[in-house]
Design a protein around this ligand. Structure first.
Ligand code: HEC
Length: 143
């Protein structure tokens, strides 16, 4: 019995959903979001030259990132340095809907970027993707 308990403890501790500091873990992913979306935004605005290859790489990276932060919104990870609103836990269906919408738009952006000929081909979908960041922040992030 003791052995079994140890096994359970050992292996659940490895699960990313039980990261030692879920708040820091999700914020770290969001910091990568910021970097990735920032670089894409510069190309879309024309601050840096548009490279289809580079933009498609960033979009693929964003698609990977979009799978990650949500597992770190674990029950009880509401205390400390976090801007997560309690609505994340009191309105789980709405939070999930915001995540699903976001993932869908990011996936579309990845597909659009992969076959883009010019910056004008990605502009609208980049905007739609950013809109899903804002929509979730408005509802579920403080300030
Ligand atoms: C489904 C909801 C949701 C979506 C979609 C979302 N975010 Fe967030 N984001 C949050 C929440 C909640 C926090 C606050 C996390 C915390 O402080 O614990 C946050 C925090 C952040 C932070 C601050 C991280 C820090 O260091 O404190 C940045 C930057 C950020 N998001 C960028 C983005 C970008 C860019 C996108 C879109 C590409 C995006 N987010 C999409 C919910 C979302």
């Amino acid at each position: 019995m003791k052995k079994l308990l140890l096994t359970v403890l050992c292996c659940s501790a490895l699960s990313p959903a039980l990261a030692a500091d879920p708040i820091a873990a999700r914020q770290q992913v969001f910091e990568q979001y910021k970097k990735t979306v920032g670089a894409m935004g510069k190309m879309v605005k024309g601050d840096t030259q548009f490279s289809q290859q580079e933009f498609a790489k960033l979009a693929a990276h964003l698609d990977e990132l979009a799978q990650q932060p949500w597992q770190y919104f674990t029950p009880g990870s509401t205390k400390g340095k976090t801007d997560a609103k309690p609505e994340i836990w009191s309105r789980p269906a709405e939070f999930k809907a915001a995540i699903d919408k976001h993932k869908a738009e990011v996936a579309k952006l990845k597909a659009t970027a992969a076959s883009a000929q010019s910056v004008s081909d990605v502009k609208a979908q980049f905007g739609a993707t950013q809109q899903t960041c804002k929509a979730c922040h408005d509802q579920f992030r403080a300030d």
